[in-house]
Design a protein around this ligand. Structure first.
Ligand code: NAD
Length: 363
């Protein structure tokens, strides 16, 4: 296969972790005789500094012309001032919109070797394997009217949570398609007891469920779901929800694993579109440039890209197995290491995974 994967290293630890994912993709290409073109483009805070725009035209064009985009992270404390007009995160939102990626996939899986990193009791964590499907380009983050005004009681801010049935149907259908390849269960999360928008969501979700009778279906209210993720997380397979609830619940669920540096994500649109892949963590400016970042979330994001954008299931599985083997052999980056464990740096961790893929044991 010949494919172009655009790399957007971004800010902070972004360049360090993307370099390791690039190494892993190169090892996959070598082992399976694929040709991967892996051009890198400027993006995020680095692009603001250089060109005044977090998503320069050339970067966007490269993304649109590739089969998949692998990002590091964006953000730097110098852009944290909320009154700034140009911010790194705007590049990310614009890129998602331009690629039409409406479904954000976030797997939350506990690696056996890291089970004791979870803040939950081991018996609760055993077998946790949830795939969150969060609607990504609609809902309250984009709904209008939104803004601020001054009313009778002083300053007011307002946003609108709005979903139409096309937006609901397409993301819920993605959840059913994914569940069919997993354990065959979809949980839709809403707030239908209070919100009109959630009542429409639930109605449409039931229609999609009726069209997919081979997959088990349930609705859960978002407040109850926040509790169930802590006291019975192993009961869930695919969880689908809107933008705001998905943002919060998937962050909550990620803590079940106890290791932010391990969690990948994908953002997908219509079949045949360009998928966007990135670790769920940010640019970690506190450890940038020290060579100690954990590259595994980015490497696992690259595995998702191989599977979802290039249909290379076997190659994706080889990357995931290599990560499990390196962990099982006791290697840890600092963020996931317990006292006495074998701590390696970012580059060494990438080398270890790439070497397993190349067939050399722990090189
Ligand atoms: P963060 O995820 O960057 O860091 C939180 C903590 O986790 C830090 O202590 C960091 O050192 C650690 N950490 C994160 N990833 C790690 C890794 N791979 N290996 C080892 N340790 C890791 O969150 P934050 O500090 O709240 O945000 C930092 C910047 O990142 C902000 O500017 C924020 O806006 C941005 N951000 C970007 C994205 C994105 O690009 N999608 C997502 C979240 C935050």
């Amino acid at each position: 296969m010949e494919a172009t994967i655009t790399l957007l290293p971004g800010d902070g630890i972004g360049p360090e972790i993307v370099a390791e994912a690039k190494k892993v993709l190169t090892a996959v290409a070598h082992r399976y005789h694929h040709t991967f073109h892996l051009p890198e483009y400027i993006y995020g805070g680095a692009a603001i500094d250089e060109l005044g725009d977090p998503l320069p035209e050339e970067t966007l064009a490269a993304c649109l012309n590739s089969q998949g985009v692998l990002m590091g992270a964006v953000g730097h404390p110098k852009f944290d001032d909320p009154t700034l007009k140009v911010r790194p995160e705007q590049g990310l939102l614009r890129l998602r919109q331009a690629l039409g990626v409406f479904a954000n996939l976030r797997p939350v899986k506990v690696f056996d070797a890291l089970a004791d990193a979870s803040p939950l009791k081991p018996e609760r964590v055993q077998g946790v394997d949830i795939l969150f499907v969060r609607e990504l380009i609609g809902g309250i983050y984009f709904g209008t009217p939104q803004g601020r005004t001054v009313g009778e009681h002083g300053r007011e801010g307002f946003n609108t949570m709005r979903y139409n049935e096309m937006e609901i149907r397409r993301v819920v259908q993605v959840a059913f398609d994914l569940a069919r390849k997993r354990r065959g269960k979809v949980t839709s999360v809403d707030k239908a007891n209070v919100l009109a928008v959630s009542r429409v969501w639930r109605e449409v979700a039931h229609e999609v469920a009726a069209e997919n009778p081979d997959v088990q279906y349930e609705d859960i209210l978002v407040d109850a779901m926040a509790m169930y993720l802590i006291n019975r997380p192993a009961d869930f397979d695919v969880v689908v929800t809107g933008n705001l609830f998905g943002d919060i619940l998937s962050d909550e669920a990620s803590m079940i694993t106890g290791s932010l540096g391990m969690l990948p994500s994908a953002a997908l649109g219509e079949a045949g579109g360009v998928g966007l892949y990135e670790p769920i963590h940010g640019s970690a400016p506190d450890i940038a440039g020290q060579g100690i970042a954990n590259p595994l979330a980015t490497i696992l994001s690259a595995a998702m890209l191989l599977r979802s954008s290039l249909n290379l299931d076997e190659e994706a599985g080889v990357v995931e197995t290599a990560v499990s083997q390196v962990l099982a052999a006791g290697y840890r980056t600092r963020d996931i290491a317990r006292p006495g464990e074998n701590v390696v740096g970012c580059t060494e961790m990438g080398d270890l995974v790439a070497n397993v893929i190349a067939g050399e044991k722990y090189g």
